[in-house]
Design a protein around this ligand. Structure first.
Ligand code: BLA
Length: 766
């Protein structure tokens, strides 16, 4: 028979210490022995080398045999049904007897192997703890204490009472798995570890993972000799077998951890996991200063202490968090009512204490449109502005909360006195405007048990082997430039307030704008009213007397009264002329104001017909000027016919009026279709196609600089005595084009004719 061990002989070094396969050491601790059975036939496949010490049979005898042959004292059927029932329920162990001695047997499945771990009962006693009284005393502790730490302290005392370890500690992890002793019960002569902090490297990740899976770990004697696990080597099966001992109770201990415990002077330990959401929250860590094996049921009682505490952690933490968040919420509500009830919130209430309390901050600042509104002790204005600028540049959208601003902006180290930690939100895009809650630096001293930066020592013998630190002497670290951590409730409340503030600011802006618009609108209404009045006056008060003047003047002149001197006649003539002009002006003003205000009735309008009728209307004028006016085919539009009539009259009579005396006037109309976006006047970039009707003449033209102003009311480019008119015609044209969602442009050079282009949307928009 060929027997080999499965001992893992890898040495821990710097690169593998975090991944040391501690679940497959291939050895166990010697306070019990282990058999590994093939699941299918219960043939003994693994046996610890110490079996003879307990049952007098060495591995050579046991390996390869069925279990039933060895333990004949126990009805084998009982074991089979125990295994079937619930293999992982370690609360109720199986009891095997051999030659009259009973063994507490812990059974569990590991891959293809059924593992049996046999431990003699200490003092031969089946030591049942009084679970009822344990539970009752826990319930009374629970009722006595509000705070988690107080409860932890009593759990430590109670666990020590039940188990008898020299020291029981409640050890809590932080986010990086550094741990702190938050409660302790110990022998009076021992020095306290309370408040000490231990680096995460003391319990590497794979060890933590094991303690999640298997919540109880016993190291019975740090001076033990590991016992190898043996197996048959049948030639065909290579001897590279291993046995996963993750759930085992006897699993041997990592040598580096043994050394650690020896460095600490500890002889035996018990560790119970405290889990929250399937993660290690902490440990109940027990030390004994000599070897110690705990009886099975006492282990369960200790485990129960762990479950008790675990059940309360969340409740207490939530209760503590709840109390804080209630304060925060109350302050948030106060702040929001101030915000909602005061139009000038920023000016009047930025210094309200509730703004600090809503995030439990030391100070608070709003930066809005170049002004700082400060609440509490804050850095100088220049420093604040520079901070807002840096923050808005780096976090234009997301906002930020940090306990240590200098991690992100090292240049702000000198602000730590006020702003070691910040909550920041931007309140306006593309500007440094924002809000800041600040927390001052909280200097803190961490009492490390030994220098955490030297938690591992590379030994000098070749530099390969690794040791845990040898000194646990107090090593104090001062934490600087860091504030207290922002809690979730505080961060959320700051976001809620910022959101409301943003709405408040926007609302204010819109309200201001609305107010301005309302004032403008009122002014406009007043102006319109005045204008309407003017129309009325024009028609009734002005036109009538003017007509009378004209009639009388005509009468005077027509009678050719011989008594009248030539001078008087001339004066009357001028008077009639002036009255005529004035009447024309009134007519034009009237039609200008009408062009914008009449109800618009759009009809299918053939511009060719309009053009022909306008030619007839202007016939005398055309003849007088010896002009020719020609148009290629004009479009049919949905339009207001009489307005287009007026438009053509104005444009063409304008061309005739400003024709060159030295030659016949030639006026042409050409129609093309252009892209809306290409029309320079189209400021809103209306899409779609437009008819472009270019009215070209060979008249006297005008200087280029007037091409925009030419459409303004009363704009005259040429002397009135030579080119009479009211200066309103083109303004009316522009208004008519606007009514048709079109545009009008003018282009000319002095002496080189002019082009007026009328743009109508092809799919006429009414
Ligand atoms: C395991 N390390 C542990 C355990 C504890 C600690 C509680 C669980 C095992 C046990 O019950 O002892 C650490 N013990 C502490 C701490 C206190 C304490 C912090 O009492 C404080 C009061 N350890 C090292 C280094 C390595 C290391 C440098 O210091 C590795 C690089 C490893 N620690 C290590 C390993 C285990 C461990 C591998 C798992 C032991 C095992 O379960 O086999």
């Amino acid at each position: 028979m060929n027997i080999t061990d499965i001992v893992n002989r890898d040495v821990v070094n710097l690169t593998n210490c975090e991944s040391e396969p501690i679940h497959i050491p291939g050895t166990i601790q010697p306070h019990g022995f282990l058999l590994g059975l093939k699941t299918e036939n219960h043939i003994i496949d693994f046996c610890s080398a110490n079996s003879k010490d307990f049952i007098g049979l060495p591995p050579e005898v046991l390996l390869g045999k069925p279990l039933s042959v060895i333990f004949s004292e126990v009805p084998y059927a009982d074991f089979i049904s125990y295994v079937r029932e619930d293999v992982n329920d370690r609360a109720r162990p199986f009891v095997f007897s051999f030659h009259g001695e009973s063994f507490n047997t812990t059974v569990h499945q590991s891959e293809q192997t059924l593992i049996l771990e046999f431990e003699p009962f200490p003092d031969e006693a089946l030591d049942l703890p009084n679970l009822y009284s344990q539970t009752r005393s826990f319930v009374s502790l629970m009722e006595q204490h509000d705070s988690l730490i107080e409860l932890c302290n009593d759990i430590a005392i109670e666990t020590r009472r039940i188990t008898g370890y020299d020291r029981v500690m409640i050890y809590r992890f932080d986010e990086e798995y550094n741990g702190e002793v938050i409660a302790e019960a110990k022998r009076d002569d021992l020095e306290s570890f309370s408040g000490q902090k231990y680096p995460h490297t003391d319990i590497p990740p794979q060890a933590r993972a094991l303690y999640v899976k298997n919540p109880l770990r016993i190291i019975a004697d740090v001076d033990y000799q590991p016992v190898p696990l043996l197996t048959l080597n049948n030639g065909d099966e290579k001897s590279n077998k291993s046995l996963d001992l993750s759930l085992s109770v006897l699993r041997s201990v990592s040598p580096i951890h043994v050394e650690y415990l020896k460095n600490m002077g500890v002889g035996a330990t018990l560790t119970i996991s405290l889990l929250q959401n399937n993660k290690l929250w902490g440990l109940i860590a027990c030390h004994h200063y000599s070897a110690k094996v705990l009886a099975h049921y006492t282990r369960l009682a200790a485990l129960l202490q762990g479950h008790f505490l675990t059940s309360q952690i969340r409740v207490r933490e939530v209760a503590e968090e709840f109390e804080i968040s209630q304060g925060v919420e109350q302050a948030l509500l106060e702040s929001l009512s101030l915000l909602h009830e005061n139009e000038n919130f920023i000016d009047d209430y930025a210094t309200s204490p509730s703004l600090l309390r809503l995030a439990n901050a030391h100070s608070f600042v709003i930066y809005h449109q170049g002004r700082l509104y400060k609440n509490g002790n804050v850095p100088s204005d220049a420093e604040l502005i520079s901070l807002f600028e840096s923050l808005s540049e780096k976090y234009p959208k997301t906002g930020l909360h940090t306990e240590q601003l200098i991690d992100i902006f090292p240049e702000f180290e000198n602000l730590s006195k006020y702003a070691a930690g910040v909550i920041y939100h931007s309140i306006a895009a593309e500007s440094p405007d924002g809000v800041l809650w600040l927390r001052a630096e909280r200097r803190e001293t961490i009492n490390w048990a030994g220098n955490p930066h030297k938690a591992v020592v590379v030994n000098e013998d070749g530099g390969i082997r690794l040791s845990p630190r040898k000194s646990f002497a107090l090593w104090m670290e001062e934490v600087k430039n860091k504030s207290e951590k922002w809690r979730k409730a505080e961060i959320n409340s700051a976001s809620s307030f910022t959101y409301a503030l943003q709405k408040h600011i926007n609302f204010h802006y819109v309200r201001n704008q609305e107010n301005k618009n309302r004032i403008l609108n009122d002014e406009l209404k007043a102006a319109n009213k005045e204008l309407a009045n003017l129309n009325w006056i024009s028609t009734h008060d002005l036109k009538e007397p003017l007509r009378k003047i004209q009639i009388f003047a005509s009468k005077v002149l027509d009678r050719e009264n011989p008594d009248l001197s030539a001078q008087v006649k001339d004066s009357v003539e001028r008077m009639r002329f002036a009255a005529g002009k004035m009447q024309l002006l009134i007519e034009d003003i009237l039609s200008y104001s009408k062009a914008g205000s009449i109800d618009k009735v759009f009809e299918e309008t053939d511009l060719n017909a309009v053009f022909q009728s306008v030619l007839q209307e202007l016939e005398d004028n055309i003849t007088e000027k010896n002009a020719s006016i020609a148009a290629d085919s004009l479009p049919v539009l949905r339009a207001i016919p009489f307005q287009l009539n007026q438009l053509f009259i104005n444009i063409l009579s304008n061309a005739l009026k400003f024709s060159d005396e030295n030659g016949p006037a030639i006026i042409t109309l050409n129609t093309s279709v252009v892209e809306g976006k290409l029309i320079p006047e189209n400021k809103t970039q209306t899409d779609g196609l437009f008819y472009a009707i270019a009215v070209r003449d060979n008249g006297i033209g005008f200087e280029k600089e007037y091409q925009n102003r030419i459409f303004d009311v009363f704009q005259r480019l040429h002397p009135a005595h030579k080119y009479p008119g009211t200066g309103i015609g083109l303004a009316i044209c522009k208004k008519i084009m606007e009514n048709h969602k079109g545009f009008i442009t003018a282009d000319s050079e002095l002496g080189a004719g002019a082009v007026f282009t009328l743009y109508f949307p092809v799919n006429g928009q009414e």
